[in-house]
Design a protein around this ligand. Structure first.
Ligand code: AP5
Length: 221
C-alpha cells in the first residue's frame, strides 16, 4: 500500500495548530485537506441558507447542527480526488453523533492525531492569527509573521478570533472532546502541540511514515 490512500483525522482545541499542520502534511503526503471550518466559511461566503444558519452558531462558539455539517463533510469526502489521493479530515468529528454518522457512510480513518496544547497558549495564538486571502496561508503576528510587506498589508482576521469568542469555543471543545476520543482510542497518536510548528510536524511525520511502513509490511505477508 502506498501513501496515496491514507485516511487521517486531526483534532485538537481551537488554535492548537490543526490548519498549520495540515498545510505541512498535505505538502509532503499529497492528501486532500478537508476542513469542516473552511467548508462552513465557504458556505457563509456564498451566502447560502446553510451558511447563514451556521454563522449564528459559529459566532457563539457552538457546534453547528449535524444536519448542516454531516452532509457537507460527507459530500466533500465523496469527491473523486479524496477517494484517489486519500484524505486529511480537520475539525471533524466533534461529537459522537458526527463520528457515528460518518462511519455509517463507510468513512473510516487509519489514524487519529490529537494535538495537545495548554489552554493559556491557545488564546495568544488565536488573537495573533492572520490569514492571507490570496494564498490561504495561516500566519501569526509573533510566531509566524508574513514574509513581505505586501502580504502583511492584505492579511485578514477571522470573525470568531476574539478573546471572548475563543473562550466560548474552548468551552465547547472541552465539553465534547472526551466523547470523540473514546471512539478512536486504538488509533490515536497524541502529539505535544506546544512545540514549534517544525517540531510538531516532525512527530506527525514519523507517525505517518510508521503507519505506511506497517501497512506495506502487512500487505507483503
Ligand atoms: P474551525 O475553523 O475548525 O476552528 P477551530 O477548531 O477553533 O480551530 P482553528 O482553525 O481556530 O485553529 P487550528 O487548530 O487550525 O490552528 P491554526 O493552525 O490556525 O471551526 C470554527 C467554528 O466552526 C467552530 O467554532 C464551530 O462553530 C464550527 N465548526 C467547525 N467544525 C465543526 C463541526 N465538525 N461540527 C460543528 N461545528 C463545527 O493555528 C492557530 C495560530 O497559531 C496561527 O496563527 C498559527 O500561525 C499559530 N501556530 C500554529 N502552530 C503553532 C506552533 N507550533 N507554535 C506557535 N504558533 C503556532
Amino acid at each position: 500500500r502506498k501513501k496515496k490512500d491514507l485516511k487521517i483525522m486531526i483534532s485538537g482545541a481551537p488554535a492548537s495548530g490543526k490548519g498549520t499542520q495540515c498545510e505541512l502534511i498535505t505538502t509532503k503526503y499529497d492528501l486532500v485537506h478537508v476542513a469542516a471550518g473552511d467548508l462552513l466559511r465557504a458556505e457563509i461566503a456564498a451566502g447560502s441558507e446553510s451558511g447563514k444558519k451556521a454563522k449564528e452558531y459559529m459566532e457563539k462558539g457552538q457546534l453547528v447542527p449535524d444536519e448542516i455539517v454531516v452532509m457537507m463533510v460527507k459530500d466533500r469526502l465523496s469527491q473523486p480526488d479524496s477517494a484517489e489521493k486519500g484524505w486529511l479530515l480537520d475539525g471533524y468529528p466533534r461529537s459522537s453523533s458526527q463520528a457515528t454518522a460518518l462511519q455509517a457512510f463507510g468513512f473510516k480513518p487509519d489514524l487519529f492525531i490529537l494535538l495537545e496544547v495548554p489552554q493559556e497558549i491557545l488564546v495568544d495564538r488565536v488573537v495573533g492569527r492572520r490569514l492571507d486571502p490570496v494564498t490561504g496561508r495561516i500566519y501569526h503576528l509573533t510566531y509566524s509573521p508574513p514574509e513581505t510587506e505586501e502580504i502583511a498589508a492584505r492579511l485578514t482576521q477571522r470573525f470568531d478570533d476574539t478573546e471572548e469568542r475563543v473562550k466560548l469555543r474552548l468551552q465547547t471543545h472541552n465539553q465534547n472532546v472526551e466523547s470523540v476520543l473514546s471512539l478512536f482510542e486504538d488509533i490515536t497518536v497524541k502529539v505535544d502541540g506546544s512545540l514549534s510548528k517544525e517540531d510538531v510536524f516532525a512527530k506527525i511525520d514519523s507517525a505517518l511514515s510508521n503507519l505506511i511502513e506497517q501497512e506495506s509490511a502487512t500487505a507483503a505477508t
